[in-house]
Design a binder for this molecule. Sequence first.
Ligand code: THG
Length: 262
Amino acid sequence: MLVVGELINGMYSNIGAAIRERNKEAVQKCALEQIACGAEALDVNCGPASRQPLLDMPWLVETIQEVTDKTLCLDSSKPAVIEEGLKVSRNKTIINSTTADADKLDILVPLANKYKSRLIGITINAKGIPQNKDQRLELAVSIVSACQEKGFPVENLYLDPIVLPVNVAQPQMRDILESISEFKIISEPGAKTIIGLSNVSQGTIFRSLVNRTFLTMAVAYGLDSAILDPKDKELIDTLITAELILNKNIYCDSYLEAYRKK
Ligand code: THG
């Protein structure tokens, strides 16, 4: 499982302030802490309040790559913001994200090719978030087709069914989980899958419990990657255990310690 740390996001007040004040140390500390907890990649999002995302994104990328060469997952709904990040990136990147809309795919798939980046495709279009599994699959198929047409390797595509908060979209949870396994068999070779895990628990009381339960279930449906809070130790221990039970890791009595060190 590719663990993408979610904490470098301007929606968090400490990171929002660090971006405004160009406080490198706060961002670098957040990057190193997430890596120490097991993150193999870092999401980088200027946040909804950023007034100059075209400047904030490359500043964040340059600040983070001073202290780590981990993969950066450039998170913005604006392709121009993502491109400013790609231009200065020295290490591996993931574009987060394209929707299923032709205007986005026409810009972001060629950009992924140009910068040899992986690409996240979220199953949303101009009509909004799908309300059932069939609509999610339809959008996933159009993203996969666009990648095939434009010569982007589908193995480098991560499809995201868009996780919704369980307190407002409870009837959709099963469809979201089933989408994960179905996305992987749209093409051969198949695309990979990713979710923004913390979305599921927004507005709920037992956030950490909701997150780790949903993650366990998603892993059983074949999830390849998640954007999550790696500092939630019980969440990471649950993930390691779920993968152990699916025979992805070898059992030993000290397996938690062994896989945390890996
Ligand atoms: N898919 C993809 N990318 C994504 C998401 C997704 N990027 C953003 C988001 N969703 C994933 N990242 C977060 C980060 C934080 C939270 C949720 C998802 C979160 N934050 C607290 C809250 O809103 O309650 C903020 C707490 C605070 O302000 O301190 O829950 O789905 N591809």
